[in-house]
Ligand binder design. Structure first.
Ligand code: GLY
Ligand code: MN
Ligand code: MN
Length: 447
């Protein structure tokens, strides 16, 4: 693959970020944008810190994910400033000196102690929109204090605009796909060798070169019935016998951008569960092609229910029409989560429900409480498309209790229950024309 020129792409991205900040500050009535990178959090009654998680508003500007106590400062018309915390510290590895495609665009001030930032922040504090967590507050309340105020007008505008990924962001997200797929290939190989969930997880992390501190979310590595637990993160230390099926939902990070990929495998590639996987896979490809400008994501979600119920009917699991299954809630027992969500700097990215860039929320369709995206698609948006079918006793019991037992062929449920479930998940970019599936080409390139 030809490496994109991140230097050129970043310059254009930064220009976009400045334009967005100009408008956000005008709307909020502020003169300066001030964004702390964030600080470490400690466990209660302990000196152990949780993995540091950078402020997404900070990494939106800079490909820096491991520089706590640093600050981004932007004043319209002026060169942006980075206050870069590089402590004198012999306990920890300190951040390396600033380098890379971003440095030429900023005035960079190295500080050795967090409080040294105070003298470098724009004055007065009251004229600053400060986007961050309360713990980043600098300065005493009696003097000039920089406490994050997170003005709604500023946040609403910036988060809404983050829906539209710049070419720089798309390029980074493609790299995150490549990394994730490398892990998925290693994980499938480990599964085929009969490895435990824990060993598969280790194979994944090793291939990606990332572990819990860097991965965009906790890996879901589920063998057999565990595939029916939507967020299964237990990582069993021994493999079950026999190993029948494998659901892996795992991503990777690249300069702060996430991938979020799910695949499902059958050990017996000639059996009926493999056939069900293949049917969901084909349906997922078609759903991903539905990511087009002007399409309401809520409609894609409803259409996905109908497509999945068509598959269950073809396989004899339900006895009613897809429309009837959707209407009665039987469909939601087999597909109990949303079709997907926006993705970018965060796995579940912001503004999935945003009505406008000034606020407001677009409601979920009634009966679909877990959908995380309710907007009409526009070019530049990246969403996941992640249909699934699961055999979850708790939800199937509710089907029985709701007097809908006749809608299901329970012998067929019994046949599939030992395999847990199926989910297939890709990231898809909405363009002016056809959908651009970011995930499938990465699998094709790493066959
Ligand atoms: N991995 C979490 C999700 O798919 O949303
Ligand atoms: Mn997802
Ligand atoms: Mn996922």
């Amino acid at each position: 693959m030809i490496q994109p020129d991140f230097t050129v792409l970043y310059a254009a991205h930064l220009a976009t970020m400045k334009q967005r900040a100009d408008e956000a500050l005008a709307r909020g009535g502020f003169d300066h944008l001030v964004v702390p990178s964030g600080t470490s959090h400690y466990q209660l009654f302990d000196d152990r810190d949780y993995p540091y998680a950078v402020n997404p508003q900070f990494k939106a500007w800079l490909p820096l994910t491991r520089v706590p106590h640093s600050w981004l400062v932007y004043t319209p018309g002026e060169r942006p400033k980075v206050i870069f915390h590089q402590p004198f510290d012999y306990w920890h590895v300190v951040p390396a000196a600033p380098s890379g495609w971003w440095v030429e665009h900023f005035d960079i001030h190295i500080i050795r102690k967090p409080e040294d930032a105070l003298a470098l922040l724009p004055r007065p504090a009251a004229r600053c929109a400060i986007l961050g967590e309360a713990q980043s507050t600098l300065g005493a309340a009696t003097a000039e204090q920089y406490a994050p105020n997170n003005p709604d007008a500023v946040i609403n505008y910036l988060e809404y605009q983050r829906s539209y990924k710049t070419p720089y962001e798309i390029a980074l997200m493609r790299e995150a796909q490549q990394l994730g797929v490398r892990g998925h290939r290693a994980a499938e190989a480990a599964f085929r060798e009969g490895a435990s969930e824990f060993a598969i997880h280790m194979a994944y992390c090793s291939a990606v070169g990332q572990d819990l501190g860097e991965l965009p979310y906790n890996n879901i590595v589920a063998l057999n019935e565990h595939g029916a637990v939507l967020h299964y993160t237990e990582l069993g230390r021994t493999a079950p016998a026999p190993v029948r099926s494998f659901l892996i939902d795992a991503g990777a990070s690249f300069h702060g951008y996430a991938s979020d990929i799910t695949r499902t495998y059958a050990m017996d590639t000639t059996g009926e569960f493999q056939a069900l996987i293949d049917a969901v896979d084909s349906a997922q490809v078609a759903m991903a092609q539905g990511v087009r400008a002007g399409v309401d994501y809520r409609q894609l979600h409803i259409d996905a229910h109908l497509a999945l119920m068509g598959i269950l009917r073809d396989f004899g699991v339900i006895t009613v029409s897809p429309e009837a299954a959707l209407e009665t809630g039987v469909s939601a027992a087999f597909f109990p989560h949303g079709l997907g969500h926006p993705i970018g700097l965060q796995v579940h990215d912001v503004a999935g429900f945003a009505e406008t860039d000034r606020g407001g929320k677009i409601a979920r369709p009634p009966g679909h409480p877990y959908l995380r995206m309710t907007r009409v698609l526009e070019p530049g948006m990246v969403v996941t498309i992640e249909p699934g079918l699961y055999f979850i006793d708790m939800l199937l019991d509710e089907v029985r209790q709701n007097g809908l037992a006749a809608s299901v062929d329970w012998a067929r449920v019994d046949a599939f229950r030992p395999y847990g479930g199926i989910r297939i998940e890709d990231e898809v970019l909405c363009t002016d024309g056809d959908a651009d599936n970011l995930t499938r080409p990465a699998f094709a390139a790493n066959a």
